[in-house]
Design a protein around this ligand. Structure first.
Ligand SMILES: Cc1cc2nc3c(=O)[nH]c(=O)nc-3n(C[C@H](O)[C@H](O)[C@H](O)COP(=O)(O)OP(=O)(O)OC[C@H]3O[C@@H](n4cnc5c(N)ncnc54)[C@H](O)[C@@H]3O)c2cc1C
Length: 354
């Protein structure tokens, strides 16, 4: 599905990790039209997904700051520039529209898995270690029911009311979802996991164990090995191999696996840009990839001396913004201005004198 009218803008940033967010800020200071597209339902990238509560100790001038707090601060800093953030949208395709920048038409068209399309003159890939995609259940044929009876992301609540649901996984999100469904109107909730040990915090484990003890959540220990279809084509049940080598049939209406997320560079690796060990090769002047108009910053890029640190990504984003501004306005000289003294920058940020 693609939206009828693409969003036309100067630049698109793929990824709302710390570097993508700062990239948008720097492009905004250059007064370019910017849209940010992020596959996860929230901003922050690895900081929010992998270590939200852990302190970071090497950000300049901030002795300690958690991944979550850094994300909030970056979003706060970005807010005055009113740059749209499109969350829960994985960029899946890149199309080249106009090979010659002298033409008035935009250069690139991007499409997302959620049906959005963008047309832009410059693209910044800030995709980090890749899009965080749900780990799939390795049962042959199961993909045929994805989006209908098999849901790797939370579907709207009205879908599950009165339904028999199997949640799979030993993760925090599996346990929390099973409890939420049991509490939220599902007819029957089974938590399918290979054993009775869960990688979750003590408080959640206590709530889960008491829900299992009270019979609100049923625990099924085993692995799915087959999908059983009804005569009308619906997914009727899963075939389970239990830990003690028995086979059983687990009937269901909905299957919600929560096996964790896997970062994947995915389609970006197929866009014909120069790669070195799955990283985009860039120059260190404007962090340009092998194709004019496409830049890459943060963990996704590589160049001699590259270090995957947030502060390095911030530097790259700053220089990339200058390079993009100059490229899009070849007649002008893009000059350096300080936020401390520039009334133009202060006006953009809504600070300073009137
Ligand atoms: C446990 C841990 C601790 C760390 N501690 C530190 C530290 O103390 N100091 C430090 O400097 N660094 C630290 N790092 C590294 C730091 O987190 C990374 O350098 C930083 O997150 C890179 O930011 P980024 O924006 O480039 O990429 P990411 O944070 O990976 O964000 C990339 C974003 O792009 C999105 N994305 C990818 N592909 C697509 C697509 N096709 N469409 C839409 N969205 C897409 C992803 O969903 C993701 O949100 C740590 C990393 C880890 C794992």
């Amino acid at each position: 599905m693609t939206s009828a009218s693409p969003i036309r803008t100067d630049a698109v940033v793929i990824g709302a990790g710390p570097v993508g967010l700062y990239q948008a800020f720097q492009l905004g200071l250059q007064e370019l039209g910017v849209h940010v597209v992020e596959g996860l339902p929230h901003a922050g990238g690895q900081c929010a997904e992998l270590y939200p509560g852990k302190p970071i100790y090497d950000l300049p001038g901030i002795p300690a700051c958690s991944g979550q707090e850094l994300t909030q601060r970056l979003l706060q800093q970005l807010a005055p520039l009113r740059i749209p953030l499109h969350l829960g949208q994985i960029v899946t395709s890149l199309q080249r529209l106009a090979p010659d920048r002298a033409e008035p038409s935009p250069r690139f068209r991007l499409a997302t898995d959620g049906g959005l399309a963008f047309e832009c003159d410059a693209l910044v890939i800030a995709a980090g270690v890749g899009a965080f995609l749900p780990r799939k259940v390795p049962v042959p044929g199961l993909e045929a029911w994805e989006g209908r009876q098999v849901h790797y992301r939370d579907p709207p609540a009205d879908i599950w009311t009165g339904q028999r649901i199997v949640v799979m996984g030993g993760t925090e999100s599996a346990a929390a979802l099973a409890l939420q469904l049991a509490d939220g109107g599902a007819a029957d909730v089974t938590l399918l996991h290979r054993n009775d040990r869960f990688a979750i915090d003590a408080e959640l484990d206590e709530r889960l164990q008491s829900a299992i003890g009270a019979g609100w959540v049923r625990l099924c220990m085993g692995q799915p090995v087959g999908a059983i279809a009804a005569a009308d084509g619906r997914l009727e049940a899963l075939e389970i191999a239990t830990a003690d080598d028995r086979r059983l049939t687990l009937p269901l209406d909905l299957f919600m696996p929560r096996l964790g997320l896997n970062p994947r560079l995915g389609p970006i690796a197929d866009w014909g840009l120069a790669l070195e060990r799955k990283h985009l090769v860039v120059d260190t002047e404007g962090y340009r990839t092998s194709e004019p108009g496409i830049h890459a910053v943060g963990d996704v890029n590589t160049y001699p001396g590259k270090r995957k640190l947030i502060v390095c990504g911030f530097h790259e984003a700053t220089l990339a913004a200058f390079a993009i501004a100059q490229w899009l306005r070849p007649q002008e000289r893009v000059v350096l201005e300080y936020t401390t003294t520039s009334t133009r920058l202060q006006r953009l940020l809504g600070v300073g004198p009137g």
